[in-house]
Design a protein around this ligand. Structure first.
Ligand code: NAD
Length: 257
């Protein structure tokens, strides 16, 4: 596995032990990185605190990604604790429940706004906030998590697919802006995995079965497989890769039928 010795990382998006971001945190810690984790609300603080306690000298901070003030406070905390930043993992996504069960055509303006704000704009706002910290280190790596529902229709994925399309486009525009600062910006498009976020999508288990039936590897993927791919993009092994969407989905994306 690529090394992250002496590196400092910020991970936004850990909710519980099933979170993809938590698998990335564990892999990054095993590779030698020191980490800051965030929680979006008091309700999830205890969960994240318990997980963080298994890491070496973790930093824990609140961050609702819908709040510019909390984003600014988070960047200040990370700067104070780490004196810069080498990588940032963005694993936050949200859409109101009713937008993930009704027909897409019924998506309300408010649900659309919330989904795009929390799931796509937050990457832009957080990247802008950590950019000066990465400049202190002579560059850095930003990684977000997306899904192929950005390009194709999956039942009930709905407005989250639209948000992921915006997120993937943001990856390319951010990569173009930040490349001259040696800051890379990429996404992993993961296959479907049973997590808290996935549980919010009606009929999600039938999507899992489609991977087992049709993906070239005839199976789904798990969090550790996404985390292993993340280590490539976060470490120097991926130093020439930016503006990319890396498919970690057992090959599902390659299939027509
Ligand atoms: N599970 C899958 O099948 C799958 C597949 C591809 C991509 N993804 C993406 O991976 C990422 C992580 O999701 P996951 O599946 O690990 O589920 P998860 O529920 O563990 O993670 C989603 C995270 O978003 C956070 N979040 C929601 N609203 C927030 C807010 N306002 N401020 C800060 N954080 C907020 C939640 O607290 C949670 O930690 C998401 O972007 C998701 O869309 C998931």
């Amino acid at each position: 596995m690529p090394a992250l010795d002496g590196k400092h990382g910020l991970i936004v998006g850990v909710a519980n032990k099933r979170s993809i971001s938590w698998a990335i945190a564990q892999a990054a810690a095993a590779a030698g990185a020191r980490l800051a984790l965030t929680y979006p609300s008091e309700r999830l603080e205890e969960n994240v605190r318990e997980l963080a306690a298994t890491l070496d000298k973790p930093v824990l901070a609140p961050c609702d990604v819908g709040s510019d003030q909390q984003i600014a406070d988070l960047a200040a905390t990370v700067d104070r604790e780490f004196g810069g930043l080498d990588f940032f993992v963005h694993g936050a996504a949200f859409a109101p429940a009713e937008a993930l069960s009704k027909p897409f055509v019924e998506t309300s303006r408010e649900a659309f706004r919330t989904a795009l704000d929390v799931s796509a704009y937050s990457l832009v706002a957080l990247t802008r906030a950590v950019m000066p910290l990465m400049e202190k280190r002579g560059g850095g790596s930003v990684l977000t998590l997306t899904y192929i529902g950005s390009q194709r229709v999956f039942p009930n994925y709905n407005v989250m697919g639209v948000a992921k399309a915006a997120l993937e486009s943001s990856v390319r525009y951010l990569a173009a802006d930040l490349g001259p600062k040696n800051i890379r910006v990429n996404a992993i498009s993961a296959g479907a995995i049973k997590t808290l976020a996935a549980a919010g999508i009606s009929g999600f288990s039938s999507i899992l079965q489609v991977y087992r039936d049709r993906a070239p590897l005839r199976r789904g993927v798990d969090q550790t497989e996404v985390a292993d791919a993340a280590m490539f993009l976060l470490s120097d092994a991926g130093r020439a890769v930016t503006g990319s969407i890396l498919m970690v989905d057992a090959g599902f994306h390659a299939m027509g039928l």
